[in-house]
Design a protein around this ligand. Sequence first.
Ligand SMILES: [Cu+2]
Length: 508
Amino acid sequence: MPFLFDYYSINIKPISANLHPGLPNTDLWMYVNYDGTVSIPPIIKARRNQPILVRWNNRLAAPNTAVVYPFDHKNQIPRMPMNMGPVCGGVHTEVGDTVVHFHGGEVMPGSDGKPTNVIKPGSSVFDWYPNRQQAATYWIHDHAMDYTATNVYAGLAGFYILEDPQEADLHLPSGDYDWPLVLQDRNMDSSGKFVYRIGDIDSQNKRVPEFIGKLPLVNGQLLPRIQVEPTWYRLRLLNGSNTRFYNLRFHPTDQLDASQYGTHPDIDVWQIATDGGLTSRPAQYNQNGLLLAPGERVELVVNFARVGNSKITLYSDIDTPYPGDGQAANFYFPLLGFEVDDTVRQVQHFNPDSNQRHIPDLPAPVVAKTVTLVEKVEHLPGDSDGILTPQASIVPPGESEGKHYCEAITAGEIVALNSTEDWTFANTTGDFHPMHMHLMQFQLVSGGQNLVDCNGVPVRAWKDTVPVPPRASVTVRAKFSPYKGEYVYHCHILEHEDMGMMRTFKVV
Ligand SMILES: [Cu+2]
């Protein structure tokens, strides 16, 4: 008897893999198929309206051997975990605990990956993914309270690509011409181990406030190059970094004069999709680059037809943490090389005029709410050394004080099922914060990076993560559906999320 759903059993376990021929193998924590086969990055492919059931088996154990920590503690606990104390109802996460979150997925609360609903080492959970939503480049990553930053850093992130058979009619580049590419940054020691440390952090500090790595990793490889043909490609780019923002640009690899790097090589680039899938129409790629914050995805179609027999580099040209102090000399961060052949095996096509679709307006909002992003300097729960610590925090709608993740849901965080609300994220800090809401995709109303097509016509797009600039506001409109229950909203800088820049909303 056939089943109505696909079933996967996935082990979450330590592995060892080579990230560059010149380096020893690196220890990773990874999603591994039950038969032992590994793909880096892990990729789940699903079809729209074809539900899948996944059994996630936690085969991890403390300590986290995949990461060299800066903090000096036998259990590798960041010295100030946020889940301490009575406010979290006694919930206590530990090294080796994991939570799997389907980022961008419209799933029931029990399968969404509540940060304190951990899978303990040796145990398993079943998660049900209905796949009723729009096809898009989604992703899977760890979401365990206090350990998201280090678990993702150790390798627990992968793609969840939802495909729609109807998309085949659009004749976008496909198969070997469709590349998922996850962009990350790491620091490594001479033995090939990932080091979770940045310059000014030592064992005396409580935790890494934001992690920036010096080494670019694309699909788990250190600054790789890929062979492409002189035709169209679809690039599904995911910022899977802890903190690093990218401003994506291309330059001819043999262009050695850095001052010329902004010069666009002779390639056509169109943006066709955002977090929640294809946009209403392709947007012309901006010569100044494309900002991609942690958690965001963007899909580009790129035509290499006019640059056969040459090399192109994808790079980022912004400071980190973004926006940083403006020391432009430090900006260049190469990511990926394209080696363009001179022959095409299978010509791929793309026509921006035939790639338009209707994305409806959401209904008028019943209420407008403001969430304020603040930095608090405070004594943390459980703090024993008496040192004040700056903490990125969220002031829920209608409240006057920043609240920790574990404090009770406030009135402003209660939302009626199927209602539409405008949420303004008002950022009072000097940092960009990429704000992510679980449960549904939303639309930008104001303040964000609005896309336009080549005639200046606004492009409608679905988003689940939106970067909120320093001392500025971004308003998004969301229809809270299709499920009731508790879901989190948070900053997607993983260190900020772990320090409690995360709250829960409840759909009733
Ligand atoms: Cu943040």
